[in-house]
Structures are given as C-alpha cells and as structure tokens.
Design a protein around this ligand. Structure first.
Ligand SMILES: C[S@@+](CC[C@H](N)C(=O)[O-])C[C@H]1O[C@@H](n2cnc3c(N)ncnc32)[C@H](O)[C@@H]1O
Length: 284
C-alpha cells in the first residue's frame, strides 16, 4: 500500500489551495524562520541540494541562489498543486547566478532518489508529515553523500505557535473544528518533541544530531482585512470553513467575528506574531 495517501490528498486538494492563495503572505511570515534554515544549512557554491516538501518554492529559490550557477537543486513535494504554484512563481528566473532547479512530484518517504547524490538536504517545514518518519529519514539519508548534511526547521509545540490557530478557540460556537493536529502525529506538530526527533534521526542512521530552538516574530504587512482573509484560508479556521462546505453565510459570520478579534488584537499587539521552531542539523 502507498504511504502518506491522506497527507498527499490534503496538500493537493484541501490545505494546498488555501496555502497557494496565501503564498505571498506566508512567504513574508515564514521568511525569518527560513533564514535560520539557510544559516544552519551553510550552503556552499556549487553544491547539490535537495529541498524536501518544497511547497510553493520560497526555500528552493533561496537555496538555488545560495549555491549559484554551478550548483544544482532538486525540489520534491507530494502535492502536484503546490509544485505547479512553485513552477509558476514570477520570481523563479533561470539565470547564470542561480542553480537550475529540478521539480519532482513524489512522496519523499518512498521516492527512489539517486543514491549518494546530494551534498545536503534541506526543508522548511516540509518533513513533519511522514507516516513513518524513520523510514522517510532513512530514505533521505540514502540520497546523501558521505558526511552530507540534513538541515530542517520544524514547529515547536502548539502552545508556542498560537499564530497557527489564529483565534480558533473564539469561534467554537460558529465552526465545527476537525480534531486538532496532534503532537508527534503526522501534521504540523509531528516533530515538535525534540527528544523524540533526536531518537528518530538516530534510528534512521544520522549522526552529529543537533537541535536548537529558534524564535521569531512573524511579520505581516497587510491590513486587518488581509489577516482575516489569511486565516480563512489556512490553519484550523480554513480547514473548518472548508469542512462546512465553504457556505457563504457561515463564511460571512466567521469573517465578521474574526474582524473583531483580529482588529482588537492589532490595536494592542499589531499583526506580527511570535513563533518557535526547532533548527535541526544532522550528518550522514
Ligand atoms: C507546511 S508546507 C511547507 C512548504 C514549503 N517548504 C514552505 O516553507 O513554504 C509542507 C509541504 O510539505 C509537503 N509534504 C508533506 N508530506 C510530504 C511527503 N511525504 N513528501 C513530500 N512532500 C511532502 C506538502 O505537500 C507541503 O507542500
């Protein structure tokens, strides 16, 4: 039986389209944590790097620029819709100062990457969704050259990342929420326990495992209305609205309430929000 079927469907048909619609805002918000990824990865000119769960391609683009025209980047994602959006990015330009990018639609847990073909593997929030993380990390390790690096960022627990819920707890009377993403189960918080992550990577054969907490204030340069649209498209609020069939009356009621919640918060705190991730580094 194929692995990760539900997650592939989710990122292709359900969560993916909302993420794509909000790509520009998500890229802005995730940029500070993406910067930790690049600093931890330490890409060198001419290197060959695999970006796992590349989504709409923000990290892929940065990696391609950082290894330069003599480098090579492969970007893999299980969602064809996310990859289509990545390929169509207006800022993807093949030029001599940026590595060529090969896009692959596949499950990184099971895909047969060419053995020992990458200097490094990177991921910005794309490796927490595997049904069998040890099998997935073992498969990725196989694609690394001897001493090759694995570097990724993943979320710390939900309590330290309340921006993801976006005020969902104040909408319980309007929306029926799907069960929340459970820590240590495939989903955004799948690797939120650093002790477990260390053990998973060790079991997959990695050495020199280092896991450091990184924090950032996620910027948001849009208006309150933009933030309401953002939250209606992603995370648990987006999921609950879609589960409600995108009913216009329901959407309107949620939008109105969210305006109040987001507007009140913006007055006291602004629209930026704190977030906490793990920067994980390991070696083959
Ligand atoms: C939270 S998004 C992050 C996207 C991108 N890295 C970014 O930071 O903008 C997670 C991505 O991981 C991808 N993904 C989930 N499971 C995967 C798997 N088994 N193999 C490859 N990609 C996967 C999803 O399709 C999605 O595009």
């Amino acid at each position: 039986m194929s692995a990760n079927v539900d997650m592939a469907r989710c990122w292709t048909e359900d969560a993916g389209p909302g993420w794509i619609a909000e790509r520009v805002r998500l890229d802005e918000r995730l940029e500070p944590l993406g910067q930790f990824l690049i600093e931890g990865l330490e890409p060198q000119p001419g290197e060959s790097i695999l970006d796992v769960g590349c989504g709409t391609g923000a990290s892929t683009l940065k990696i391609a620029r950082s290894v330069g025209g003599d480098g090579a980047v492969v970007a893999v994602d299980v969602s064809s819709t996310m990859l289509d959006a990545a390929r169509k990015r207006p800022d993807i330009a093949e030029d001599s100062s940026s590595a060529p990018i090969t896009w692959i639609t596949a499950d990184a847990q099971t895909y047969s990457f060419k053995e020992a073909s990458f200097d490094a593997i990177a991921s910005r929030f794309g490796v927490m969704f595997f049904e069998d993380p040890v099998a997935a990390f073992r498969n990725l390790r196989n694609a690394l050259r001897t001493n090759g690096r694995l570097t990724f960022v993943c979320w710390q627990p939900p309590a330290l990342n309340q921006w993801i819920a976006g005020g969902a707890d104040e909408l319980g009377d309007l929306l029926e929420f799907p069960p929340p993403s459970e820590p240590n189960k495939p989903g955004p918080f799948g690797l939120c326990d650093s002790t477990r992550t260390h053990a998973l990577l060790d079991a997959a054969g990695f050495t020199a495992i280092e896991i450091d907490g990184v924090e950032a204030e996620l910027p948001f340069s849009g208006t309150v209305d933009d933030m309401v649209t953002h939250q209606l498209s992603i995370g648990p609020i987006g999921a609950a609205v879609r589960a409600g069939g995108n009913d216009p009356t329901l959407r309107g009621a949620v939008r109105k309430r969210l305006h109040q919640i987001v507007g009140d918060r913006a007055e006291s705190e602004g629209l930026a929000a704190p977030a906490s991730a793990w920067l994980v580094r390991a070696q083959k």
